[in-house]
Design a protein around this ligand. Structure first.
Ligand SMILES: *Cc1c(COP(=O)(O)O)cnc(C)c1O
Length: 236
Protein backbone atom coordinates (compact mmCIF):
# COMPACT_ATOMS: atom_id res chain seq x y z
CA UNK A 1 0.00 0.00 0.00
CA UNK A 2 1.29 3.50 -0.78
CA UNK A 3 2.08 5.91 2.04
CA UNK A 4 -0.87 8.10 1.13
CA UNK A 5 -3.27 5.16 1.02
CA UNK A 6 -1.93 4.00 4.39
CA UNK A 7 -2.32 7.47 5.94
CA UNK A 8 -5.85 7.68 4.62
CA UNK A 9 -6.72 4.33 6.15
CA UNK A 10 -5.32 5.40 9.51
CA UNK A 11 -7.18 8.68 9.30
CA UNK A 12 -10.46 6.93 8.61
CA UNK A 13 -9.85 4.82 11.72
CA UNK A 14 -9.12 7.97 13.71
CA UNK A 15 -12.33 9.62 12.49
CA UNK A 16 -14.31 6.46 13.24
CA UNK A 17 -12.96 6.41 16.82
CA UNK A 18 -13.80 10.09 17.26
CA UNK A 19 -17.35 9.44 16.04
CA UNK A 20 -17.78 6.60 18.50
CA UNK A 21 -16.46 8.77 21.33
CA UNK A 22 -18.92 11.49 20.33
CA UNK A 23 -21.85 9.09 19.94
CA UNK A 24 -22.19 10.01 16.28
CA UNK A 25 -22.67 8.01 13.09
CA UNK A 26 -19.51 7.63 11.01
CA UNK A 27 -21.27 8.86 7.89
CA UNK A 28 -22.10 12.19 9.56
CA UNK A 29 -18.49 13.33 9.08
CA UNK A 30 -16.93 13.91 5.64
CA UNK A 31 -13.19 13.89 5.09
CA UNK A 32 -11.81 16.71 2.95
CA UNK A 33 -8.23 15.97 1.84
CA UNK A 34 -6.27 19.23 1.79
CA UNK A 35 -3.83 18.83 -1.10
CA UNK A 36 -2.35 22.35 -1.21
CA UNK A 37 1.37 22.35 -2.15
CA UNK A 38 1.17 18.70 -3.24
CA UNK A 39 1.14 17.86 -6.94
CA UNK A 40 -1.36 16.01 -9.08
CA UNK A 41 0.39 12.68 -8.44
CA UNK A 42 -0.43 12.89 -4.74
CA UNK A 43 -4.04 13.75 -5.46
CA UNK A 44 -4.28 10.89 -7.94
CA UNK A 45 -2.85 8.49 -5.38
CA UNK A 46 -5.40 9.56 -2.78
CA UNK A 47 -8.18 9.32 -5.36
CA UNK A 48 -7.14 5.80 -6.27
CA UNK A 49 -7.41 4.97 -2.56
CA UNK A 50 -11.03 6.15 -2.60
CA UNK A 51 -10.78 9.82 -1.60
CA UNK A 52 -12.94 12.09 -3.75
CA UNK A 53 -13.12 15.52 -2.03
CA UNK A 54 -10.05 17.78 -2.10
CA UNK A 55 -9.34 21.19 -0.56
CA UNK A 56 -7.03 23.83 -2.01
CA UNK A 57 -5.83 27.24 -0.76
CA UNK A 58 -3.81 28.77 -3.59
CA UNK A 59 -5.87 29.50 -6.68
CA UNK A 60 -3.27 29.31 -9.42
CA UNK A 61 -1.89 26.04 -8.14
CA UNK A 62 -5.39 24.65 -7.69
CA UNK A 63 -6.65 25.59 -11.12
CA UNK A 64 -3.74 23.83 -12.82
CA UNK A 65 -4.34 20.66 -10.80
CA UNK A 66 -8.07 20.72 -11.38
CA UNK A 67 -7.69 21.22 -15.13
CA UNK A 68 -5.15 18.42 -15.38
CA UNK A 69 -7.05 15.86 -13.33
CA UNK A 70 -10.38 16.60 -14.99
CA UNK A 71 -9.19 14.61 -18.00
CA UNK A 72 -7.56 11.80 -16.07
CA UNK A 73 -9.01 8.55 -17.36
CA UNK A 74 -7.60 6.57 -14.41
CA UNK A 75 -10.05 8.21 -12.00
CA UNK A 76 -13.21 6.24 -11.31
CA UNK A 77 -15.26 9.32 -10.50
CA UNK A 78 -14.94 13.09 -10.91
CA UNK A 79 -13.15 14.77 -8.03
CA UNK A 80 -14.89 17.38 -5.91
CA UNK A 81 -12.89 20.57 -5.29
CA UNK A 82 -13.27 22.85 -2.26
CA UNK A 83 -11.67 26.30 -2.03
CA UNK A 84 -10.58 26.78 1.59
CA UNK A 85 -8.15 29.69 1.27
CA UNK A 86 -8.71 33.45 1.36
CA UNK A 87 -9.76 34.89 -2.01
CA UNK A 88 -9.39 38.50 -3.18
CA UNK A 89 -12.44 39.90 -4.91
CA UNK A 90 -10.61 40.17 -8.25
CA UNK A 91 -9.96 36.41 -8.21
CA UNK A 92 -13.48 35.16 -7.60
CA UNK A 93 -13.99 34.15 -11.22
CA UNK A 94 -11.48 31.31 -10.90
CA UNK A 95 -13.37 29.99 -7.88
CA UNK A 96 -16.72 30.28 -9.65
CA UNK A 97 -15.45 28.46 -12.72
CA UNK A 98 -13.32 25.69 -11.22
CA UNK A 99 -14.60 24.77 -7.78
CA UNK A 100 -17.61 22.89 -6.43
CA UNK A 101 -17.42 24.41 -2.94
CA UNK A 102 -16.19 27.67 -1.42
CA UNK A 103 -15.64 27.69 2.36
CA UNK A 104 -14.29 31.17 2.95
CA UNK A 105 -17.08 33.59 2.11
CA UNK A 106 -16.72 36.37 4.68
CA UNK A 107 -18.30 39.37 2.97
CA UNK A 108 -21.25 39.96 0.73
CA UNK A 109 -19.25 41.44 -2.12
CA UNK A 110 -17.34 38.16 -2.61
CA UNK A 111 -20.58 36.17 -2.54
CA UNK A 112 -22.27 38.47 -5.07
CA UNK A 113 -19.37 38.18 -7.48
CA UNK A 114 -19.30 34.38 -7.12
CA UNK A 115 -23.01 34.20 -7.85
CA UNK A 116 -22.71 36.45 -10.91
CA UNK A 117 -19.68 34.58 -12.23
CA UNK A 118 -20.90 31.02 -11.69
CA UNK A 119 -21.21 29.51 -15.19
CA UNK A 120 -24.75 28.60 -16.19
CA UNK A 121 -23.86 25.01 -17.10
CA UNK A 122 -22.61 24.23 -13.59
CA UNK A 123 -24.74 23.52 -10.52
CA UNK A 124 -24.85 26.29 -7.90
CA UNK A 125 -21.59 26.83 -6.02
CA UNK A 126 -21.89 25.31 -2.54
CA UNK A 127 -20.76 27.87 0.03
CA UNK A 128 -19.92 28.16 3.70
CA UNK A 129 -19.53 31.39 5.61
CA UNK A 130 -16.20 31.71 7.38
CA UNK A 131 -16.48 32.96 10.94
CA UNK A 132 -13.64 34.19 13.09
CA UNK A 133 -14.69 32.52 16.35
CA UNK A 134 -11.73 33.46 18.53
CA UNK A 135 -10.81 36.92 17.26
CA UNK A 136 -7.57 35.60 15.71
CA UNK A 137 -5.76 38.76 14.60
CA UNK A 138 -4.58 38.02 11.08
CA UNK A 139 -7.39 35.67 10.21
CA UNK A 140 -10.22 36.33 7.85
CA UNK A 141 -13.80 35.51 8.73
CA UNK A 142 -16.88 37.47 9.70
CA UNK A 143 -17.38 38.12 13.42
CA UNK A 144 -19.95 35.82 15.06
CA UNK A 145 -22.44 38.62 15.64
CA UNK A 146 -22.45 39.49 11.93
CA UNK A 147 -22.74 35.90 10.69
CA UNK A 148 -26.55 35.67 10.69
CA UNK A 149 -27.00 38.83 8.61
CA UNK A 150 -24.39 37.68 6.11
CA UNK A 151 -25.98 34.22 5.89
CA UNK A 152 -29.38 35.74 5.19
CA UNK A 153 -27.97 37.93 2.44
CA UNK A 154 -25.95 35.10 0.85
CA UNK A 155 -29.00 32.83 0.96
CA UNK A 156 -30.81 35.08 -1.54
CA UNK A 157 -28.11 34.84 -4.24
CA UNK A 158 -29.36 32.73 -7.15
CA UNK A 159 -26.20 30.83 -8.16
CA UNK A 160 -25.01 29.95 -4.66
CA UNK A 161 -26.27 27.25 -2.34
CA UNK A 162 -25.60 28.20 1.27
CA UNK A 163 -24.50 25.12 3.26
CA UNK A 164 -23.15 26.29 6.63
CA UNK A 165 -20.19 27.67 8.54
CA UNK A 166 -16.45 27.23 8.45
CA UNK A 167 -13.86 28.28 11.04
CA UNK A 168 -10.10 28.05 11.55
CA UNK A 169 -9.41 28.59 15.26
CA UNK A 170 -5.96 29.55 16.48
CA UNK A 171 -3.98 26.36 17.17
CA UNK A 172 -4.49 25.22 20.77
CA UNK A 173 -2.40 22.38 22.18
CA UNK A 174 -4.98 21.23 24.63
CA UNK A 175 -8.20 19.34 23.90
CA UNK A 176 -10.58 21.38 26.05
CA UNK A 177 -9.45 24.68 24.56
CA UNK A 178 -9.90 23.24 21.05
CA UNK A 179 -13.30 21.89 22.00
CA UNK A 180 -14.53 25.15 23.52
CA UNK A 181 -13.99 27.18 20.35
CA UNK A 182 -15.40 24.46 18.09
CA UNK A 183 -18.46 24.25 20.34
CA UNK A 184 -18.97 28.00 20.06
CA UNK A 185 -19.02 27.56 16.26
CA UNK A 186 -21.52 24.72 16.59
CA UNK A 187 -23.77 26.88 18.78
CA UNK A 188 -23.67 29.70 16.24
CA UNK A 189 -24.47 27.18 13.50
CA UNK A 190 -27.58 26.02 15.41
CA UNK A 191 -28.61 29.57 16.22
CA UNK A 192 -28.56 30.54 12.54
CA UNK A 193 -30.43 27.35 11.61
CA UNK A 194 -33.15 28.15 14.15
CA UNK A 195 -33.59 31.61 12.71
CA UNK A 196 -35.24 29.59 9.90
CA UNK A 197 -35.24 32.15 7.15
CA UNK A 198 -35.64 31.26 3.48
CA UNK A 199 -32.59 29.83 1.75
CA UNK A 200 -31.37 27.79 4.70
CA UNK A 201 -32.98 24.53 3.54
CA UNK A 202 -29.55 22.96 3.00
CA UNK A 203 -27.88 24.40 6.09
CA UNK A 204 -26.09 21.14 6.95
CA UNK A 205 -22.34 21.72 6.94
CA UNK A 206 -20.01 22.67 9.76
CA UNK A 207 -16.46 22.77 8.36
CA UNK A 208 -14.28 22.44 11.47
CA UNK A 209 -11.16 20.57 12.45
CA UNK A 210 -7.77 19.83 10.88
CA UNK A 211 -5.08 17.20 11.49
CA UNK A 212 -4.29 18.41 14.99
CA UNK A 213 -7.78 18.95 16.37
CA UNK A 214 -10.23 16.76 14.50
CA UNK A 215 -11.32 14.80 17.59
CA UNK A 216 -12.35 17.98 19.40
CA UNK A 217 -14.10 19.23 16.24
CA UNK A 218 -16.05 15.99 15.80
CA UNK A 219 -17.08 15.97 19.44
CA UNK A 220 -18.37 19.54 19.00
CA UNK A 221 -20.38 18.60 15.89
CA UNK A 222 -18.16 19.13 12.84
CA UNK A 223 -19.59 17.53 9.69
CA UNK A 224 -16.47 18.07 7.57
CA UNK A 225 -12.87 17.84 8.70
CA UNK A 226 -10.14 19.37 6.52
CA UNK A 227 -6.98 17.26 6.77
CA UNK A 228 -3.71 17.98 4.96
CA UNK A 229 -0.54 16.86 6.72
CA UNK A 230 -2.31 13.85 8.23
CA UNK A 231 -2.69 12.46 4.70
CA UNK A 232 0.06 13.94 2.55
CA UNK A 233 2.78 14.59 5.13
CA UNK A 234 4.63 17.82 5.94
CA UNK A 235 4.31 20.80 3.66
CA UNK A 236 7.46 22.68 2.67
C1 LIG B 1 -3.89 23.89 5.33
C2 LIG B 1 -5.28 23.91 5.85
C3 LIG B 1 -5.85 22.76 6.44
C4 LIG B 1 -5.09 21.46 6.67
O1 LIG B 1 -4.21 21.61 7.72
P1 LIG B 1 -3.42 20.35 8.34
O2 LIG B 1 -2.96 20.83 9.65
O3 LIG B 1 -2.31 20.05 7.38
O4 LIG B 1 -4.38 19.23 8.42
C5 LIG B 1 -7.17 22.83 6.83
N1 LIG B 1 -7.91 23.96 6.68
C6 LIG B 1 -7.37 25.06 6.12
C7 LIG B 1 -8.23 26.27 5.97
C8 LIG B 1 -6.06 25.08 5.71
O5 LIG B 1 -5.54 26.22 5.20
Amino acid sequence: MSTIAHSLQQLHERIARACIAAGRERHSVTLLAVSKTFGPDAVREAAHAGQCAFGENYLQEAVEKIALLRHDATLAQPLQWHCIGPVQSNKTRLVAEYFDWMHTVDRLKIAQRLSEQRPAHLPPLQVCIQVNMDGGMNKSGVSPDEALALAQAVATLPRLQLRGLMAIPEPAPEFHAQYAVHLAAKNLFEQIKNSASAGLEQWDTLSLGMTADLEAAILAGSTLVRVGSGIFGYRH
